[in-house]
Design a protein. Structure first.
Length: 211
């Protein structure tokens, strides 16, 4: 628990806790992205059962027939070549998703309701610090993995997506994958700013007490 010097002088004064509340945009992104990532990870790690002709393909994974033709990393080409990149990034998806779920669990279980705020729940003290660190770390992982995904295409001469027309490439690959560049960057900026704020408070006159 972090308290300011002024708060620690008086035993009857309530502690001034560092607090965190996610923006509506953050919660919206989690609501959209987490189910999609879980769906995608299931497809990747359960191949070939989830691919066309597999017992799990219809109806849940039928859209991947088209996407496997757009991006061969998800299609038969990479699978038959035993390209391990697809499953490797899918495995990292599991780690990232678990970290985001820990963040949400802390927010909804340890957060306190606050009246008069657009966000109805606020985390404070150690749970806030753990939650923000968890989300920040996961966002760094997500952004780094997505950048690696793009660089892999660039340095391989666009081997897996170069066959697409420009309109198809923009609509079916650049825009969907670009979202995983934009929103994790936003999370890193916001959560990183809060971490810096907390460290600044601690380094300019705060005292640390165990809860």
């Amino acid at each position: 628990m972090v308290t300011t010097r002024s708060a620690s002088k008086t035993a009857t004064s309530p502690p001034n806790l560092w607090a965190h509340a996610p923006s509506k945009l953050t919660l919206l992104w989690f609501a959209v992205s987490l189910p999609l990532v879980i769906w995608d990870t299931g497809y990747v790690l359960l191949r070939p059962l989830t691919m066309e002709g597999g017992s799990l393909h219809w109806p849940l994974y039928t859209p991947y027939k088209l996407y496997g033709e757009v991006d061969h990393v998800y299609g038969w080409k990479a699978f038959r070549a035993r390209n391990g990149f697809t499953a490797a990034q899918g495995t990292l998806n599991l780690v990232e998703t678990a970290m985001y779920c820990v963040y949400l669990w802390l927010y909804y279980n340890a957060g306190a309701s606050v009246k008069g705020r657009a966000t109805t729940r606020v985390l404070s003290g150690r749970p806030a610090a753990v939650a923000v660190l968890m989300a920040f770390s996961a966002a760094v992982m997500t952004l780094s993995k997505t950048v690696l995904y793009w660089l892999n295409e660039y340095f391989s001469g666009f081997d897996n997506i170069g066959h697409n027309s420009l309109p198809d490439l923009i609509l079916l690959w650049i825009i969907p994958n670009g979202l995983w560049l934009v929103f994790p960057s936003y999370l890193i900026y916001v959560m990183g700013g809060e971490i810096i704020e907390g460290l600044t408070i601690a380094s300019t006159g705060a005292t640390i007490k165990s809860e």
